[in-house]
Design a protein around this ligand. Structure first.
Ligand code: NAD
Length: 482
């Protein structure tokens, strides 16, 4: 099998990067050798390295954004926001480390002191997805490095150039090369990392099928920390609202930002019967006006390509299957160029489909489900094994209280899109969306483990109860000489 890899720009089909599949054993050997020195650096020094990294991101912000735009096909304006998020992750992670995994010392004259401190796990493998090829792996890498772990990072095989660029910025910030390594390859290299005896943790962002496979593989090894950030089949529920245009814009942002390639993208628009004839035409007319174009076009497009032709083919086949099973096209999702993965936004009413497939269609296709009342809307919102994000649009505060308490998801919003979560909050889902190890602000939690200690500078102890008296014999000894 060839060990060569190439990456092409989805918007042009031109080659952007060429490289080789990495060697997992070599990378782990180097990581092991670097582990102790990095873990024993002071935490303030590790934070200083991360601040230097943020400066490197700032220094190279424009070429970094251009590379992300070229390799993913997303518009330049959006790639710039990704670079901004990479930089901002540093200060957020420093605050989160101190707040979530900081130190505590409680002094007491008699008992000595009780201390809580955290230790790194050791060698962390980070597996990244393609949709945010810099921001999402970085969301594991920065907290892992601050906590004192060394990292072996495998970027998505669809975005190796961005993965390599990100890693180089750490090295330019003088983080030692063996402390953060980039190893290229596809799922097989990911599997080799998962199976490697020398990893202490596996931090994954990607699809539910891959995450479940990883979970099964590591289920018998409780020593390894496993954080799985997976996909969603997210609902956006529409109740009564007079603000139709704003509601439509919220739905569009939820479903079609990043060409629908966000884990938090709305996949299902659950709309009250009474609102259907106002909301659906408004969404349709706005979706028809969205500019789909290449990343550097002027004026800038709302959305670019999906990641590659295979992804576009799969999405078009999925749409056809929904139509075959009783779905009705409201707005056809179409490919605008034969050999390139540009798709227009699609709306499909799937109310009449008896058993809608509970799968994540990772692209610009929004299903619409008509419901009679709020009860039915909540049932429909929860009609998924996933549980990443959910939004309610319209309604009153009491409605949101109910939606919040009855909807099963890690992110529950009101009159806001399902996506665009803040890095300053925890980020994760339930069900098939994660394994209860939320990332973003709570990433600090899975990057270190707590160690509780009680301490005194000298041993000082006595046995208060149950000790035989050392001066007098407790059993009478018979005087046999009498
Ligand atoms: P993917 O699951 O195909 O791949 C993710 C990474 O895992 C890649 O590096 C890949 O090579 C590797 N991989 C794949 N199968 C593997 C296996 N069996 N063992 C080990 N490694 C394996 O995901 P993708 O297509 O790159 O990304 C899109 C998916 O990611 C969507 O499902 C999306 O919802 C999800 N996602 C989730 C979040 C989140 O934070 N919850 C964020 C972004 C994307």
């Amino acid at each position: 099998m060839s060990d060569k890899m190439i990456s092409t720009e989805p918007a042009t089909g031109n080659q952007i990067w060429r490289g080789k599949v990495g060697n997992v054993d070599d990378a782990l050997e180097r990581a092991l050798a670097a582990k102790r020195a990095w873990a024993t650096e002071s935490v303030s020094r590790r934070m200083e390295f991360m601040r230097r990294f943020a400066n490197q991101v700032l220094k190279h912000a424009e070429p970094f954004a251009e590379l992300i735009a070229r390799e993913t096909g997303k518009p330049l304006w959006e790639a710039r926001t990704e670079v901004e998020a990479v930089k901002n992750k540093v200060e957020i992670s420093i605050t989160a480390y101190a707040e979530r995994t900081g130190q505590k010392k409680l002094d007491s004259a008699l008992q000595g002191s009780a201390a809580l401190r955290h230790k790194p796990h050791g060698v962390m493998a980070v597996l990244g997805p393609y949709n945010f090829p810099a921001h999402l792996p970085n969301g594991h890498i920065v907290p892992a490095l601050i906590a004192g772990n060394v990292v072996v990072f495998k970027p998505s095989e669809k975005t190796p150039a961005v993965g390599e660029f990100l890693t180089k910025l750490f090295h330019e910030a003088e983080v030692p090369e063996d402390v953060i390594q980039c190893v290229h390859g596809g799922a097989n290299v990911g599997k080799a990392l998962v199976a490697h005896p020398d990893i202490d943790g596996l931090l994954f962002t990607g699809s539910a099928p891959a995450g479940i496979a990883i979970n099964k593989k590591l289920a018998g090894d409780p020593a390894k920390i496993v954080a799985l950030e997976m996909g969603g089949n997210n609902p956006i529920v529409i109740l009564d609202t007079p603000k139709i245009e704003d509601a439509a814009a919220t739905i569009i942002q939820s479903a079609f930002t990043t060409a629908g390639q966000r884990c938090t993208a709305a996949r299902r628009l659950v709309v009250l019967d009474s609102m259907y004839d106002q909301i659906v035409p408004a969404v349709k007319s706005m979706a028809q006006r969205l500019i789909v174009g290449e990343p550097f076009a002027d004026p800038q497009p709302f959305m670019g390509t999906v990641i590659d032709n295979d992804a576009a083919d799969l999405l078009l086949q999925s749409r056809a299957a929904l139509l075959d099973h009783g779905g009705k096209d409201i707005l056809a999702m179409e490919r605008t160029q034969d050999n390139l993965p540009f798709l227009t936004p699609g709306l499909i009413d799937t109310t009449e489909i008896d058993e809608r497939p509970d799968i994540e269609l990772f692209g610009p296709l929004l299903q619409i489900i008509r419901v009679e009342d709020f009860d039915e809307a909540i049932t429909e919102a929860n009609n998924t094994r996933y549980g990443l994000s959910a939004s309610l649009v319209g309604g009153k505060p009491d409605d949101f209280d109910r939606f919040w308490s009855e909807t099963r998801a890690g992110i529950v919003n009101w009159n806001r899109p399902t996506n665009g979560a803040s890095s300053a909050a925890p980020f994760g889902g339930i069900g098939l969306s994660g394994n209860h190890r939320p990332a973003a602000y709570y990433a600090a939690d899975y990057c270190a483990y707590p160690v509780a200690s009680t301490e005194m500078d000298q041993p000082r102890a006595s046995i208060g109860v149950g000790l035989k008296d050392g001066t007098k014999p407790t059993r009478k000894v018979k005087d046999t000489h009498k």
